[in-house]
Write a protein that binds this ligand. Sequence first.
Ligand code: SHN
Ligand code: NAI
Length: 287
Amino acid sequence: MDNNDTRIKNLGGGSLLIAWQLKGKNVLIVGGGEVASQRIESILASDAFIHVLSPQNGLHPRTRQFIELRKDRITYHERCYSGPGELDDMDMVLTALDDNELSRSIVELSRQRRIPVNAADIPDLCDFYFGAQIRDGPLQIMISTNGNGPRIASLIKTRLQKGLSGLEGEAIIKVGQLRNKLKERAPGVGGQLGRDRMKWISSLCNKWEMEDFTLLDEAMMDRLLDEGWEQGKRVPEIKDLGIRPTGNNTHRCRLYNACSNSLVQTVIAFVAGAAMTTLLFRHVSKR
Ligand SMILES: C[C@@]1(CC(=O)O)c2cc3[nH]c(cc4nc(cc5[nH]c(cc(n2)[C@H]1CCC(=O)O)[C@@](C)(CC(=O)O)[C@@H]5CCC(=O)O)C(CC(=O)O)=C4CCC(=O)O)c(CCC(=O)O)c3CC(=O)O
Ligand SMILES: NC(=O)C1=CN([C@@H]2O[C@H](COP(=O)(O)OP(=O)(O)OC[C@H]3O[C@@H](n4cnc5c(N)ncnc54)[C@H](O)[C@@H]3O)[C@@H](O)[C@H]2O)C=CC1
């Protein structure tokens, strides 16, 4: 058995990580407290329609703020949960309640109707878990500990955030536009053409810096396709297109900061040295 055989034999014990497309779907959130406010924020990112069910006096200030500012997406039902009818037309159900019994019964009902359900207080009964998230435009990173240690997920998120340059979201948008342009020029699904398209885009992504993509505009993308894809599927350097990177990525920034810090130190040392010399000179010449 080689390493890959062992890996395949050991697969399991986790959960499926997917980017669930909820656009235009109906999501019911029972409860309006702090946890509900976090759920609202997560679901808003997916362009779903949100239905919040809670009495007024149970609303967290952030839940109130979401309801107030996102009337386009959130319908607030000012009442206590009234029974199975609340689940009609729902595509997903979330409970964020301080009432474990009620939460449990809503999970059971959802299950009977085959509606995916998450109960914030009963991990064992959840169809899916939330996770800590990093978002930058189309870039979405979720950190999950599969229910073991949510606070650890949050800490890992902070560490990962520090390792990102901040250019990734913009770069991904540009790559998406370029891929669409390429598909327009070389349309079709599958076959040799599909393989060539994938190979070209992959090679480009491997070769270019993240920052390079952020510099592309429509005209430059067309040029890249004219002088690259159309010329024997060549993968040009960014400078071949007449674009000069500004060096605005983390690595280069760090290098620059380190340089500028030592420059400041050198200037301060030089000024201090000159001042000391002047004082010493005056002192000696007064004697
Ligand atoms: C199973 C899961 C179900 C679900 O909610 O989907 C779940 C369950 C529970 N969490 C509890 C407690 C805490 N939850 C947090 C924070 C977060 N919890 C999140 C997700 C999840 N929490 C899912 C699994 C996530 C995973 O797999 O890692 C995060 C990542 C995302 C989000 O909530 O959107 C978000 C961080 C977001 C961020 O910072 O970015 C903190 C820390 C804090 O607030 O800083 C604490 C206190 C410290 C601690 O307990 O660790 C309790 C009560 C336990 C008790 O009573 O003792 C339960 C119920 C139980 O475990 O029984
Ligand atoms: N998954 C997670 O990350 C976490 C889960 N939890 C759990 O999540 C649950 C909710 O926590 P919080 O939001 O902090 O509680 P909370 O006390 O702030 O909110 C409870 C909400 O339930 C509503 N509610 C109560 N009875 C209701 C009913 N019959 N119908 C409709 N709404 C009703 C209240 O109006 C209130 O909005 C708790 O059980 C807690 O243990 C807590 C922390 C983190």
